[in-house]
Design a protein around this ligand. Structure first.
Ligand code: NZQ
Ligand code: ZN
Length: 390
């Protein structure tokens, strides 16, 4: 196991009606004037936004609002938020929504305290040392941004979908998580969120670092639980316990616990980010297309861990033929994604003829000559993986 630092100060307030505590949580973390950030309207339709406003008023917290954040969020909304923050003397961001909303809020939080362009942080021109505090009311279990020190923004002009990472600064101070808020999710968003959280675990699981039995078992156990709960949700989307387990898995998958002490991979995410940057598809659905292709490709070159995954997560019988075991695991994963309603090829994703040359060129422009670590992928490899996903 490798040395590591794990710092995860977020207070998670989980369960029914917990959004009523939002105002007092803002107070607890020193917020007096917040900016509520939200998406394209689901929080207004569900009445959640009104309940949050009520809770802030009851706690004596004043607020302004920034709505209209779109999935795969882009930089104009961040600039708008930074301006508003400064004009209104905002001292805390309150993200009410999913990864797109939270990541926009995190970007505003770093940008508001920086004299230059916030995009500097994304292109490595500046490093993050401070930010306004961010609190979260989560409405979709998927990106894990409620517990992560990361944010992802797409630049609408250059079509670069890039991330920042600063766990000491960017992890939200609190995250309110009421599973009942997720009943209104469209089935496709629920399924895409499930794929995203599974892949957050896999990016950490597929490693060549030895001696990581505890985090291996944590990864495998959480994946098994997600699959089981996903089947229950498919049968009954209003099953509270299934919603609750899925919601908590989304956080565990990406708050860092599953990755401590091991080299992580992240090639599948980098491959997918180019797809959602270019075609604006739902991130989790893009991953359901990319990951089986990636896994089949790496199984041919390094089957050991893929075979272990196949056996321990999908119950594939053990055999001396690791490649056969591994490929059987890939088939099971594809079957599962399809069963919950996700595409597993570009065609099923609605992209008949993806521009693979551009995807590969952008990927290696953004991420360097090779990506991933379980198997280091060159541009010839990533091109083949995109082709395998057709
Ligand atoms: O905008 P509204 O109207 O709220 O609708 C949203 C949106 O259309 C809807 N939705 C959310 N909660 C709902 C709901 N609809 C009904 N009822 C509810 N309770 O769901 C749609 C998707 O929302 P979004 O925030 O985009 O989803 P997600 O959480 O999957 O976030 C995706 C973004 O996060 C990035 C992705 O790349 C993508 O840009 N990621 C962020 C990460 C991080 N910060 O650590 C890591 C991830 O790997 C990922 O890259
Ligand atoms: Zn993801």
């Amino acid at each position: 196991m490798n040395n590591f630092v794990f710092y995860s100060p977020t207070e998670f307030v989980f369960g029914k009606d917990t959004e009523a505590q939002t105002g007092s949580l803002v107070r607890k973390y020193g917020g007096t004037r917040v900016m509520i950030v939200y998406g394209g309207g689901s929080v207004q339709r569900s009445g959640l936004l009104a309940r949050i406003e009520e809770s802030l008023q009851a706690a004596g917290v004043t607020y302004c609002e920034l709505g209209g954040v779109q999935p795969n969020p882009t930089e104009p909304k961040v600039y708008e938020g930074i301006r508003l923050c400064r004009e209104q003397g905002v001292d805390m961001l309150l993200a009410v929504g999913g990864g797109s909303v939270i990541d926009t809020a995190k970007s505003i939080a770093v940008g508001a305290l920086y004299e230059g362009d916030f995009w500097d942080f994304y292109i490595g021109k500046a490093s993050i040392t401070k930010a306004l505090k961010v609190g979260v009311v989560l409405t979709i279990p998927a990106a894990g941004s409620e517990g992560s020190g990361n944010a992802v923004i797409t630049h609408s002009v250059t079509l670069q979908k890039l991330g920042i990472r600063a766990p000491e600064v960017l992890r939200p101070v609190f995250a309110v998580m009421n599973p009942e808020l997720t009943y209104t999710l469209p089935a496709y968003q629920t399924a895409s969120g499930i794929a995203d959280m599974m892949v957050h675990i896999m990016e950490r699981y597929f490693t060549n670092t030895e001696g990581v039995e505890v985090s291996d078992r944590l990864c495998e156990g959480t994946l098994v639980a997600i699959i089981k709960e996903a089947y229950r949700l498919k049968a009954n989307p209003n099953d509270y316990d299934a919603r609750a387990n899925i919601m908590w898995c989304g956080t565990i998958a990406h708050n860092g616990t599953c990755g401590v002490g091991r080299e992580e991979d992240w090639a599948s995410h980098f491959l997918e980010h180019e797809v959602s940057a270019l075609y604006d598809v739902t991130h989790g659905a893009g991953l359901a297309v990319i990951v089986p292709a990636w896994m089949a490709f790496v199984a041919e070159r390094n089957p050991k861990k893929v075979a272990q995954f196949a056996h321990r997560v999908f119950g594939v019988p053990q055999s001396d033929d690791l490649l056969e075991m591994a490929l059987s695991g890939v088939s099971q994963l594809k079957f599962f994604f399809r069963y919950i309603g996700l595409p597993v090829s570009f065609k099923e994703l609605g992209i008949e003829q993806p521009d693979i040359d551009t995807l590969v060129a952008n990927l290696h422009r953004n991420k360097g000559l090779t990506v991933g670590s379980y198997v280091k992928l060159t541009s010839a490899d990533t091109e083949e993986i995109y082709r395998m996903a057709l």
